[in-house]
Design a protein. Structure first.
Length: 85
């Protein structure tokens, strides 16, 4: 399992547009990818789950990838978070 933590810097947090882009990025990988906040853990490949996190600016999100391409998935998602959130 590969994981990283990221603190949301976007003023609006994880809102609809970046959530959709995040799900699209996560679906490129075969690995199971989970997003977690202090309160909840969801599947990163489901838009409703990602939106239900309600992650706001300043919240820490943990991304966990588990599977054959977990290192690639974690690296790609970390780059996505830095560029978009």
């Amino acid at each position: 399992m590969t994981e990283f933590k990221y603190v949301i810097t976007d003023e609006l947090g994880i809102h609809a547009r970046p959530a959709g882009m995040l799900v699209k990025e996560a679906k490129k990988f075969a690995s199971t990818i989970k997003l977690a906040t202090a309160a909840k853990t969801v599947d990163a490949k489901g838009i409703m789950g990602v939106m239900s996190l309600g992650a706001k600016k300043g919240d820490e999100v943990t991304v966990k990838a588990d599977g054959a391409d977990e290192a690639d998935a974690a690296a790609a998602l970390e780059a996505f978070f830095k560029a978009n959130l």
